[in-house]
Write a protein that binds this ligand. Sequence first.
Ligand SMILES: Cc1ncc(COP(=O)(O)O)c(C=O)c1O
Length: 399
Amino acid sequence: MTIFDKFQQLAAARKELEQGCDNFFNIVMEEIISGTEAVVNGRPTILAGSNNYLGLSFDSGCIEAACEAARKEGTGTTGSRMANGTFSGHVALEQELAEFFSRQGAIVFSTGYVANLAMLSTLVGPGEIILLDADCHASIYDGCRLGGAEVHRFRHNDPQDLEKRLRRLEKRNTNILVVVEGLYSMMGDRSPLADIVAVKEKFDAYLLVDEAHSLGVLGANGRGLAEETGVEDGVDFVVGTFSKSLGAIGGFCVSNHPELNLVRYASRPYVFTASSSPSVIASTRTALRILKTGSELRQRLWDNANMLYKKLQDLGFLVGPEPSPIVAIRLADKADAFALWSGLLENGVYVNLVLPPATPDGNCLLRISVSAGHTPEQMEHICEAFTSAKELTALPQAV
Ligand SMILES: Cc1ncc(COP(=O)(O)O)c(C=O)c1O
């Protein structure tokens, strides 16, 4: 027996993928042309799975800010803020995030994954309870595990199931944190946030909303689903990432609870990792300024999202429950998913192939994310690629 024996199942799954989809593990973006295009397998390819919702990864102001910060402050902070001290840009970004969300405080983390790990593992611990939507992201599950709280799941987007479970847990007389996402990352559906807030208030629970995919995408000012739904006051903690609409890398949490600041001292994922490099902080600050006044970008994003959703529906694909910049297509099985994914790539379009266990309900999915940066010609090309590649699949029927 070796320590690698347990990887056998993984190796078999990888082999199956390689056989069905010969280049799946060898995709290299040989040249990045723009936020929406790269050279893959020697061919210009439209990127339709990048989460670059506002297309800001190639914004000239963001790039200039990053370059200037690197020149002035170096390429990295080379350590944690607790050990090495804080660069002024980190403090400025925290103030700007707090102001943008009209909250008392903000903490910046090194990634969105770390933000969830840090917040969930620190806010709730042994003897306390987390109730999370079953479709929550892996970083939320991992944060729960790290903190040692008791974890319960409620049915995806089902406030009645949440209420039933809260009623059962009420007699335990302990702190309960409810966790949902704004836009769900796989199917692109919104959380029924007004109902979730009403239920959590009934039981005096706390609520954390991960707006990773809704920041910059939803709400008149881009603050996410809580803004769009008009329930920001009912949300205790908003977590988000810089790696999607802000085009960089990093994460954050904002809150009106003054104790948020204490999380810094209690949170291992904050204390024991290096803080973001100055270039990342600088580009994120510039991107946040653009996002704030980005209603035109948001409109373009939604025009593209609505157009693609309708086109895929018209072609007979089984798409997610509502139009969204994330469009998921459910396929009958892995063979179909491989065929469509490869067919799209051959037609110059890259999307995400997502297979169980990483998908809700064990479905095989192709996940597309559109961007405000996709030009009308690129959107047309994506639609044509789906039209051609459709022949490669047997389309499942809605149940
Ligand atoms: C809902 C959600 N939360 C957190 C994260 C982690 O963010 P990051 O990739 O910036 O670490 C993701 C990443 O896709 C996500 O979808």
